[in-house]
Design a protein around this ligand. Structure first.
Ligand SMILES: NC(=O)c1ccc[n+]([C@@H]2O[C@H](COP(=O)([O-])OP(=O)(O)OC[C@H]3O[C@@H](n4cnc5c(N)ncnc54)[C@H](OP(=O)(O)O)[C@@H]3O)[C@@H](O)[C@H]2O)c1
Length: 255
């Protein structure tokens, strides 16, 4: 008896193509550089800071890769549809979508500014659904959608209530979208980093707070954007394609 383990799998596109939202800075920037190094053409999305996006594209080009920068707010469906159009026009299709765009407002729930909650949830929840919707419609066979949560869903630190609630939504939709894409040969996974040395984590914290959080996991350091990019690149690669519907905590062993 023979077992067909490959019945829905198309030949890989050449080059494979990635969209990285929030690809201009922080973790998204490292993901863009890593995917380009792995041979993918990359659409580097950003919201406001065009110079950071241009700098990321320049770094990719200088390393011999292919990339373009495209502005779009992840919560705006027309802008994200245009972002996906641009990827198809520029590079011929879409194989990997990484939704790294995100924002974080920290506050005890008792003091939470509800306008700040709405703004953060618009990017983190609505933005994930807008990007996932386009990814679900357009990813080619063999493709992957990778969303972002946080390890604080597990650690439950005070002041992270509103932020962690938005990431709980991302975790909740992961397996559901994976199941909805049955038969398409497209995977859906979420990466949940621990403290990672980017502006989002470092801004507003004292050196003592940073040091304490860095010492918490058994590996006793902050994650680097490159640590997270390596995990994302694996999930988006043919080697990681058997991983589907999972939330992967990449955090040096933080619990
Ligand atoms: N760093 C950590 O410790 C940590 C831990 C757990 C999870 N995460 C998650 O990892 C992801 C990346 O975080 P990071 O630390 O790399 O953040 P970051 O350094 O603050 O970078 C954020 C990126 O997202 C973009 N962005 C923000 N709002 C956007 C929007 N509405 N539409 C499109 N792009 C938008 C920014 O572009 P502009 O500069 O143009 O605004 C920037 O490129 C986030 O989802 C975050 O929640 C981070």
């Amino acid at each position: 008896m023979t077992t067909n383990t490959n019945q829905n799998t198309a030949e890989p596109a050449d080059p494979r193509v990635a969209i990285v939202t929030g690809g201009s800075r922080g973790i998204g920037r490292a993901v863009s550089l890593k995917l380009a190094e792995d041979g993918l053409a990359v659409v580097v999305n950003y919201a406001r800071d065009a110079s950071a996006a241009d700098e990321t594209v320049k770094a990719i080009a200088e390393a011999g890769g292919r990339a373009v920068a495209v502005q779009a707010d992840v919560a705006e469906e027309k802008e994200i549809a245009a972002l996906f159009d641009r990827a198809e026009e520029e590079f011929g299709g879409i194989d990997v979508v990484v939704n790294s765009a995100g924002r974080m407002t920290l506050s005890p729930i008792a003091d939470l500014d509800l306008a700040a909650l709405d703004a953060m949830h618009r990017t983190n929840i609505r933005g994930t659904f807008v990007v996932a919707q386009q990814a679900a419609r357009r990813l080619r066979a063999g493709g992957s959608f990778i969303g972002f949560s946080t390890s604080v869903v597990g650690t439950q630190f005070p002041t992270y209530g509103a932020y962690t609630a938005s990431k709980g939504a991302v975790e909740a939709m992961t397996m559901i979208l994976a199941r909805e894409l049955r038969g398409r040969d497209v995977t859906v996974n979420t990466v949940a980093p621990g403290p990672t040395a980017t502006d989002l984590f470092l801004d507003g914290k004292t050196p003592e707070q940073i040091d304490r959080l860095a010492k918490t996991p058994p590996l006793e350091r902050l994650g680097s954007p490159e640590d997270i990019a390596a995990v994302v690149a694996f999930l988006g690669s043919p080697a990681g394609h058997w991983v589907n519907g999972q939330v992967l905590r990449a955090n040096g062993g933080l619990v």
